[in-house]
Design a protein around this ligand. Structure first.
Ligand code: ES4
Ligand code: ZN
Length: 326
């Protein structure tokens, strides 16, 4: 079987995708128009031309601007539904979706509007596409601890619909320990914990994610390779890393896909998984990410299969459901 067919055929989960980062320009224009909101582009081509990033911040500026057209519950539904249709194409049978409530509540959109729209799409995906999903709420780390605590409070009435909390946005200068108390409270409330760490930030931030936030998974974590003690810790703990190859390339975390370390991490026994991060902005959904690394790193069929198996092991699915897929 060809590598492409293998990637296409294998069932998989996705564990690192920001729903605001799945916003395709066509849908952005359609929603902007029906909501009467101006966007600083004339057409879809102009939008795509703006997607030329040199680091995380240059991307985030455009990503937050695009999210401004999302106003109504139906907008959030349409956004998530479009992503689920991509999941169906890529044989993603389960996905754990990040959303950034502060990006919306800071513009006066109710937390409930965001959550209800996303949740309704999740329910429809289960019913119509047989795709299961969880929602993970992320705190924006460039904002204050106080703002994150207020967001956690807003989420409590919807606790049953949110499996975990995460930490995203500008990494450098905003270490995980800044949010120690927020994550302690989230853990006490029963949320599972993830955090972006070691994408642009140093290995020290991954240590803090593990020891201070007590994460169940690390998002990105590719810079862990710079610290051999940290590598041993990740291996010993079977700590999953949700790696996003096309994101790393587009945000210049690596300068060439042939230099990506995911194959080395896998060979050393790290529980790495493959994910899309912000597929509309970075040039591809999860299978595109598999294809990019398979070609650049010359992955074997066994390695591709192992990465898909990892995606189930690293998921927050019940143990019995994981086993059924492995
Ligand atoms: C993000 Cl830190 C980071 N990386 C990729 N996408 C994001 N969306 C929000 N924060
Ligand atoms: Zn991310």
């Amino acid at each position: 079987m060809s590598t492409h067919s293998l990637i296409q055929t294998l069932p998989k989960t996705e564990l690192h995708v920001h729903i605001e980062g799945t916003f395709e320009p066509e849908l952005m224009f359609a929603i902007a128009q029906r909501n009467g909101i101006e966007i600083p582009y004339q057409n879809v081509e102009e939008v795509r031309q703006a997607y030329d990033f040199h680091n995380l911040q240059s991307f985030l500026n455009i990503y937050y601007a695009g999210a401004k057209v999302l106003v109504h519950e139906q907008d959030f539904y349409d956004l998530a539904w479009a992503y689920f249709e991509k999941c169906a194409q890529d044989h993603v049978v389960h996905t754990e979706i990040f959303f950034d409530p502060q990006t919306h509540t800071d513009r006066g959109i109710a937390f409930e509007t965001v959550l209800k729209g996303l949740k309704r799409a999740c329910d429809d995906a289960q019913e119509k596409l047989n795709i299961s999903s969880h929602l993970i709420m992320c705190f924006l780390r460039h904002l204050s601890e106080e703002a994150a605590l207020a967001t956690l409070e807003q989420a409590l009435p919807f606790k049953d619909d949110i499996i975990g909390v995460g930490l995203d946005s500008s990494e450098v200068g905003h270490p995980p320990e800044k949010f120690a108390r927020v994550f302690a409270k989230a853990r006490a409330e029963g949320f599972l914990i993830v955090a972006h760490a070691g994408e642009e930030g140093p290995p020290e931030y991954v240590w803090q994610a593990l020891d201070v936030l007590q994460v169940n998974r690390v998002d990105h974590g590719v810079r862990s390779e710079e610290d051999s003690k940290l590598m041993q810790r990740l291996i010993d703990d079977k700590m999953p890393l949700t790696v996003c190859p096309l994101s790393n390339l587009k945000l210049c975390v690596v300068s060439d896909m042939r230099e990506h370390n995911i194959r080395r991490l896998l060979a050393q026994g790290v529980m790495v998984t493959v994910n899309s991060d912000d597929p509309s902005y970075f040039g591809g959904y999860v299978n595109d990410n598999f294809i990019a690394i398979a070609e650049a790193l010359d992955l074997t069929a066994a390695e591709i299969k192992q990465l898909c198996i990892h995606s189930f092991i690293a998921s927050f699915l019940p143990e019995s459901e994981k086993q059924a897929w492995i």
